[in-house]
Design a protein around this ligand. Structure first.
Ligand SMILES: *Cc1c(COP(=O)(O)O)cnc(C)c1O
Length: 488
């Protein structure tokens, strides 16, 4: 399988690349992204053939069909990372919460957020590629929450890759900060930045753009890669759990093979939703993908009105911070798929120069063939969490944004899968509040919820509070470059 570019080719980069190249150097011509030239078919034979398969077997076969240029042994070892999930036999369990509604829990990995689903195997593959080529890569991440911990966790002690992670000091939850600053390995660096998430992200962008930083990296023979969902190496693993969730419904006798279902995806950078779109396009029987957002509902406007307008918005901090995003990176891959490279280039350039774009009526209609969207504010999510807690199911605020879409957007009485992207333990003060308790911090909230609901705090979260803090650096943004160079 070859990978091509969403904004066309500039003549300097190759017109198409192999999977390994697309994931080591994920930026394509004109600031675009890599996408597969075609998709493997998920026909009934494929699905039927995997009714008895373990998650890893399904994943292995899917990657094989994709034809990626990664050695068999490496793929097998990458997928073995799922063995560290709560139940190695069932890394992605499905819980029924309504007669026709099932929650697919994507958070049973080491950092308790769905980022592990892709970053765990992806991290292994990327570092093996670096080792094989005898190259050294630097991955830099600015994080407000879940990406940082999951990126550090997957690359720790892996040769050939160094990770530097910047977080806004005071801008993450206790659990998220501890997940980063207690992660002890010589190839990891975590730096707190004095400022908010925007400051942190801008500092990173400035650093990546600065010529003298590039010169310093070149002098040390260090190449830059990326571990966010602009990297197709993450997206490929995010197709698989949609297939798995469908098969689980068939296995449970809830649907017959071929019957359509709805998927509800809580979205930010649209990687999870893109995975669902590729699965649907490849043949998975999906009626529609319903996108949920918080009050930063720019994706709702895009899907319901065809407008993507950054100029009229400011980012609002919510209880579902992993979805506090306005510039959603993977909508570009959807637009490429539907409207082609030339049009995508025009739209994305309008977004960066004018801060907005508007789709034509035909384009909007095409988008709405696959998607619909709605959003929920914090109060609505709090009510949803409280309501399901009474019925015995605890969900996190990101998952809670989905329930409005489930209730209001379905036009047919089909079975529905809602994706749960984080365990409640990552956002415990919000969950405690929804259950009626104002906690003084994460520890207080974790203990209170554990003793008032039928859930327990897993060991990796419990242990965080006793682990030594190894990354103590908190600096003003002017000092970041110096810290980085010291680390390298
Ligand atoms: C990253 C994340 C999301 C958003 O996923 P995208 O693929 O970026 O749309 C939603 N919920 C949680 C908890 C996350 O960590």
């Amino acid at each position: 399988m070859r990978f091509i570019e969403t904004r066309g080719n500039d003549g300097a980069k190759p017109a198409s690349v192999a999977f390994s190249e697309a994931i080591l150097s994920p930026s394509a011509s004109f600031g675009g992204l890599y996408v597969p030239e075609s998709l493997p078919s998920l026909d009934t034979d494929f699905l039927q053939g995997h009714l008895q398969s373990h998650y890893k077997e399904l994943a292995y076969d899917f990657l094989n069909k994709f034809g990626i240029d990664i050695e068999d042994e490496v793929i097998q070892a990458a997928l073995a990372r799922y063995d560290s999930f709560d139940d190695p036999q069932s890394p992605v369990p499905l819980s029924q919460i309504e007669e026709d509604c099932f929650v697919s829990e994507l958070y049973h990995g080491p950092t308790r957020a769905f980022k592990d689903m892709a970053l765990q195997p992806f991290g292994y593959i990327l570092s093996k590629l670096a080792q094989k080529r005898g190259e050294n890569y630097l991955i830099m991440a600015a994080t407000s929450g879940d990406t940082g911990p999951a990126t550090l966790e997957t690359f720790k002690n892996q040769e050939g890759v160094k990770v530097a992670c910047l977080y806004p000091d005071g801008g993450t939850s206790d659990v998220q900060r501890l997940q980063m600053v207690t992660e002890d390995a010589p190839n990891l660096k975590v730096i707190g930045v004095k400022g908010n998430f925007d400051d942190t992200q801008n500092t990173l962008k400035d650093l990546l753009a600065s010529e003298d930083f590039k010169t310093e990296l070149a002098a040390r023979e260090i190449r830059l890669s990326a571990a966010n969902s602009v990297n197709f190496g993450r997206i490929i693993f995010q197709v698989i759990y949609h297939i798995h969730s469908y098969l689980e419904l068939v296995r449970k006798g809830e649907i017959t093979m071929g019957e359509k279902i709805y998927l509800v995806v809580p979205s930010g950078n649209f990687g999870n939703a893109l995975g669902a779109y590729y699965a649907k396009k490849a043949g998975l029987p999906v009626e529609k993908i319903l996108i949920s957002s918080n009050i930063n509902n720019i994706l709702t406007d895009w899907i319901t009105k065809g407008e993507y307008d950054l100029t009229s918005r400011e980012l609002v901090q919510t209880e579902s911070p992993a979805m506090d995003i306005l510039k959603s990176s993977n909508i570009e891959r959807i637009m490429y798929d539907k409207f082609g490279a030339a049009r995508t280039k025009v739209l994305m350039e309008a977004l960066s120069t004018e801060g907005k774009f508007v789709l034509t009526e035909e384009e909007l209609a095409s988008l709405r063939e696959d998607f619909d969207a709605s959003f929920a504010d914090d109060q609505t999510c709090e009510n949803v969490i409280g309501e399901y807690a009474k019925k015995g199911y605890i969900m996190d605020p990101h998952t809670a944004t989905c329930m409005g879409a489930y209730r209001n957007l379905r036009q047919k009485p089909l079975k529905t899968v809602v994706y749960s992207t984080a365990e409640w333990t990552k956002f415990s003060p919000a969950v405690a509040k929804a259950l009626g308790y104002h906690a003084s911090g994460d520890i207080d909230a974790l203990k209170w919820v554990e003793s008032h609901a039928d859930v327990s705090v897993p060991p990796m979260i419990r242990e965080l509070f006793n682990k030594p803090v190894v990354h103590k650096t908190v600096v003003p943004k002017e000092k970041i470059k110096e810290e980085m160079l010291n680390f390298l």
